[in-house]
Design a binder for this molecule. Structure first.
Ligand SMILES: *[C@@H]1O[C@H](CO)[C@@H](O)[C@H](O)[C@H]1NC(C)=O
Length: 430
């Protein structure tokens, strides 16, 4: 009898666990099609990529067990799955080593000398982990370490392989992160359950993915800036310090205002030169200059800046030609130059109020990159050297205090005169 009982019990157990397994499979598929479409819908073929998913799952399970804040991002695309970790916890690293020690993974760690950035004082001279690449079951898992930087944004480094590294370890060209350093707004993370695993994902995944397209980050040239400051020491007079403080708050305010309107802008003219040459602002420049593509112009910019407490100082030109807005706050001017694209060049206009003369400043085409200035994540032309050289000539590295915006820039051209009948409309000074 006991033997029969045991068989019955075993059979019952097997039957119930099969039912449970079937239920799990059912739940798995329903869950995937319902609760997780924002993550998985791109492929939606988990059954076809079971191995891939198991690989990711194993990794997430181990890192999750170690209590790390792992957030899986983006769709499961063909070859790679990406996860992110804020390295404050450190347990991601432990988890990785745990996996490695059990030979569950093969790994290629891509740490790097920390960027030459003054605020990295804690780990000065040390390597910090930037990317971990794991290979498991023929799949590559890339762990990207995001660091918080002083402008309250997240940063990751570029993936650089040391000379002795195995270049065939992973299809480096196909990896989504690491071709260059990147900057992101801190995403709001939400906890979700994916196939029984607790993971965090950005609340707005599509926003995160669109940010990724434009995340290219340029480090300021801190070493060159230090050399520059040795040659030309910074002005530390109260007037200069005062301007520094006001310009910083004006730049932060402009960034906040334009972000609300979803209008991208970049540092232009003297402000761009200051960032490029000395990683700061030029104390005798007296204003803050930014550029915006005319395609992004909206009339409510003026109202938005007014609401933010700035007053419109002048408005030159029109949307179709040479538009320029100037606001003022605490006696510091914010000049907004609108840029027009024309074949292989980009230009912005200038207007002399008293004579109606028009000017045109020509730049080679450029794309936009993130950088940091005055504790703000802000854009600059990625091809900054070309931009600065176009504007200031090849001697841009030598300070020039007497500057005439009508004749000094290397890229200025006379562009006729506004018809007198239109002055009232096109030359407005407040
Ligand atoms: C998510 O981000 C996208 C892209 O930035 C945006 O268009 C959309 O409005 C955002 N959705 C929510 C709910 O915020």
């Amino acid at each position: 009898m006991p033997r029969v009982n045991r068989t019955v019990v075993l059979t019952l157990l097997i039957a119930s666990s099969s039912v449970f397994l079937l239920f799990q499979l059912y739940y798995y598929r329903t869950y995937v099609s319902k609760a997780g479409p924002h993550i998985l819908s791109r492929t939606g073929q988990l059954t076809a990529s079971d191995v891939q998913w198991q690989t990711v799952k194993k990794f997430l399970a181990v890192t999750g067990r170690c209590g790390s804040r792992t957030a899986a991002f983006s769709a499961l695309t063909g070859q790679s799955h990406r996860s992110l970790c804020t390295p404050t916890c450190g347990s991601m690293i432990l988890a990785s080593y745990w996996l490695l020690s059990r030979k569950a993974l093969s790994c290629c760690s891509c740490g790097a000398r920390i960027p030459d950035w003054p605020a990295w004082t804690i780990c000065q001279g040390e390597d910090i982990p930037l990317h971990f690449l794991f290979r498991l079951n023929g799949y590559i898992i890339q762990v990207v370490f995001l660091y918080e930087r002083s402008g309250n944004y997240l940063w990751h480094g570029a993936l650089r392989l040391k000379a002795n590294r195995d270049r065939s370890f992973a299809p480096f060209k196909l990896l989504d992160f690491g071709r260059h350093a990147g900057a992101y707004d801190r995403p709001e993370l939400v906890l979700t359950v994916l196939d029984g695993l607790d993971i965090q994902v950005p609340r707005n995944v599509s926003h995160f993915l669109s940010e990724q397209q434009h995340s290219h980050f340029l480090e300021c040239r801190y070493r060159d800036a230090r050399n520059f400051l040795q040659l030309y020491p910074d002005d530390t007079s109260p007037t200069a310090m005062d301007f520094h403080r006001k310009a910083k708050s004006l730049l932060h305010l402009a960034a906040r205002t334009l972000k609300q309107l979803n209008i991208p802008f970049w540092l232009s003219s003297g402000t761009c030169l200051g960032w490029f040459r000395q990683c700061s602002i030029i104390s005798y420049s007296r204003d803050v200059d930014i550029g915006i593509f005319i395609a992004d112009f909206r009339w409510d910019i003026i109202a938005a800046f007014r609401d933010a407490g700035l007053s419109l100082k002048h408005k030159f030109g029109k949307v179709e030609d040479s538009l320029e807005l100037s606001f003022v706050s605490e006696d510091v001017k914010l000049d907004i130059f609108f840029f027009y694209e024309d074949a292989d060049i980009v230009w912005n206009g200038g207007t002399q109020a008293k004579s109606g003369r028009k000017f045109k400043y020509i730049f080679p085409r450029f794309s936009l990159c993130w950088t940091e200035l005055l504790e703000l994540k802000v854009r600059v032309p990625c091809e900054t050297l070309d931009y600065v050289t176009a504007n200031y000539g090849s001697s841009w590295s030598i300070p020039v205090r007497s500057w005439d915006w009508k004749s000094s820039p290397s890229n200025v051209q006379e562009n006729g005169v506004w018809p007198r009948a239109e002055w009232v409309e096109l030359i407005q000074v407040y």
